[in-house]
Design a protein around this ligand. Structure first.
Ligand SMILES: *Cc1c(COP(=O)(O)O)cnc(C)c1O
Length: 329
């Protein structure tokens, strides 16, 4: 992005406070690849904290007191929105996908406890509203798209890139993160020096080259998206090998992951190391984008599997699935 905006000091300071922690990934260790995990999960809302930051400022500047957005029954975005509203003194109205979602999930309970008004919307209507953004708004309401994906979100996410550059310098070859809409990826890339590449691991079973976020289309300078590491697809059950990897990761590193985004990201980094993708001596930064609240709604959990047996199973190629489930976005 070439848009020049003044630096927001409080956001930069917040981003600079985030630690980078060395992690052990077996194939990376074997390949001589060093991986630091950036702990953005320690901010309230993970990557959504950054994505919401300038949206909240814009809403306030426009004199709005209520934020309206979309999400599924386990949505990290809606959860982060509720947290941000509480700390910043906004009200919120959430359009929740599917009437079945009316049956309470842990996420929806948290939203209600935070005072968010829930409105359940059927799948077809939900999709239409997300695509057209034709939500009937009151005069005090400010609309944020599904997953929080807009230009202001990119601007916020750019502070992840800026902070990495300041904290770690130019020795970092790649910054890798999960990509749903890809707006975090585009934003992070815009904050990084050109010597560092931002790499997105697509968590949707989408054909290579596709993206949910218009600005994420194509291979714009400074970042790339990789497809094929989403297992059976978005929020689908994990292959035994992925479940075993999750379990091993948490045992080795004592850092929690969630199965929709961050597990897929670290899985991809490790698989690529096993395939010889990273030259020996490469230094990588993986972004832990948070999302741990959504883990409560996932049927599979680590430490429920015979690791040796699971790792011995083949990893099948993922078949194309029509379902594009946005529950967790
Ligand atoms: C929403 C989310 C992402 C994806 O962010 P996009 O900007 O939509 O690509 C990644 N990780 C976690 C934990 C998320 O909740």
């Amino acid at each position: 992005m070439s848009v020049v905006t003044p630096i927001d000091k409080p956001l930069l300071e917040r981003a600079l406070s985030v630690a980078h922690q060395p992690i052990y990934l077996p194939a990376c260790a074997a390949a001589g690849v060093k991986v630091l995990l950036r702990r953005d999960d320690q901010l309230p809302g993970g990557n959504k904290f950054y994505k919401l930051y300038f949206n909240l400022k814009a809403a306030r500047a426009a004199g709005k007191d209520t934020l309206v957005s979309f999400g599924g029954a386990h949505s990290n975005h809606l959860h982060a929105l509720a947290l941000a509203c509480q700390t910043e003194g906004f009200k919120a109205r959430a359009l929740v996908r599917g009437y079945a979602a009316a049956e309470q999930t842990a996420t929806l309970k948290d939203l209600q406890a935070a005072g968010v008004t829930l409105e359940f919307v059927g799948h077809g209507e939900y999709r239409r509203l997300c695509q057209t953004q034709q939500v009937t708004l009151q005069r005090n309401e400010y609309l944020i798209p599904e997953g929080g994906a807009n230009a202001l979100a990119e601007q916020g996410a750019s502070y992840i890139g800026r902070a990495i550059a300041q904290q770690l310098g130019a020795g970092v070859r790649h910054v890798i993160m999960a990509a749903g809409t890809g707006s975090t990826l585009a934003g992070v890339a815009s904050g990084l020096p050109s010597s560092t590449e931002a790499l997105g691991i697509c968590v949707l079973k989408a054909p290579p080259g596709s993206s949910l976020y218009a600005a994420g289309k194509g291979q714009r300078g400074g970042w790339r998206m990789l497809w094929g590491f989403c297992g059976k697809g978005y929020a689908r059950p994990l292959y035994p090998a992925m479940l075993a990897f999750w379990q091993e990761f948490e045992n080795n590193n004592k850092i929690p992951l969630e199965p929709i985004y961050t597990l897929k990201t670290l899985w991809a980094i490790n698989r690529l190391a096993a395939l010889g993708y990273w030259p020996r001596g490469t230094q990588l930064v993986a972004v832990h984008s948070g999302g741990l609240q959504g883990r409560r709604g996932f049927a599979q959990q680590p430490n429920t599997i015979n690791t040796a047996q699971a790792l011995a199973e083949p990893i099948y190629g993922a078949r194309h699935s029509k379902r594009t489930d946005q529950h967790y976005a």
